[in-house]
Design a protein around this ligand. Structure first.
Ligand SMILES: [Zn+2]
Ligand SMILES: [Zn+2]
Length: 251
């Protein structure tokens, strides 16, 4: 499984893009960054978009991607996948015909460029070569993590979350954990209020696991505190890898 980091930042600055990960060129995991880093050809290879929650830094690439796809008249279109409340929020507040055209009805309601698929948490489903299950996590809005398996490789992506429990029951056998750490330890109070983790809070989460995954990949850092968080993580979770925008990881 190849994980290409389109964006792994908890903010936006040159070289730091909001959350989006492209798996094996066609499955997009969150959609905070698309057109800023992918060529037209690469954008047109995207088929399915798994969304963890409706915050702007995880969905803002979707409307402009739909616009680029419709120009090419691709018959397959795009498939937006998440739980019904997350899909409903995106439709109500982003693709609502005001903020952006409602691409779930364009060019026609019967055959739109953007189809939406509601999924249920805890219920496994197939996406081509992938097996996927969503699990609820703890954020300020409805939010899920995704467990994605292809062949012998399993990736668990937390999305944005504060301290949570259920996903750690599903993480015992994963090949790689892609987990958020947004703030340094000194900002724990803000992290808890906003549904995020610090290096110390991550150690408390990982203590819920029987064994640590072979790879722990860290995402969603606030670039303003990058060095502090990096130092604290190095001490708290030795071996954890801080993802970098633009890099490709073979899992
Ligand atoms: Zn969020
Ligand atoms: Zn976020």
């Amino acid at each position: 499984m190849q994980l290409r980091v389109l964006g792994c930042s908890g903010a936006e600055f040159p070289g730091h893009h909001p959350s989006a990960f492209l798996i094996d060129d066609s499955l997009l995991l969150d959609a905070g960054t698309i057109g800023a880093v992918l060529t037209e050809e690469e954008q047109l290879r995207i088929r399915d978009i798994l969304v963890t929650h409706p915050h702007l830094d995880h969905i803002r690439g979707i409307p402009l991607l739909a616009d680029n796809v419709i120009l090419k008249g691709l018959p397959e279109g795009l498939n937006l996948i998440s739980t019904c409340e997350i899909i409903a929020a995106i439709r109500a507040h982003l693709l609502n015909g005001v903020i952006w055209p409602d691409f779930t009805k364009i060019p026609s309601a019967e055959n739109p460029v953007l189809s939406c698929t509601d999924i249920l948490p805890e219920k496994e489903f197939r996406l081509g070569a992938f097996t996927v299950t969503a699990f609820k996590v703890n954020h300020t809005v409805p939010a899920v993590a995704y467990r994605i398996t292809k062949n012998a490789t399993t990736l668990l992506y937390t999305g944005d979350t504060g301290p949570t429990d259920r996903i750690w029951e599903m993480a015992g056998d994963v090949s790689a954990l892609l987990v958020e750490v947004s703030f340094p330890d000194a900002m724990e109070e803000l992290a808890l209020i906003t549904g995020h983790l610090t290096p110390f809070l991550l150690t408390k989460e990982l203590a819920k696991l029987g064994r640590l995954p072979p790879r722990i990949l860290i995402t969603h850092l606030k670039p303003q505190y990058f060095e502090q968080i990096r130092e604290q993580l190095e001490a708290a979770v030795p071996g954890a890898e801080l993802l970098q925008d633009g890099r490709v990881y073979n899992l």
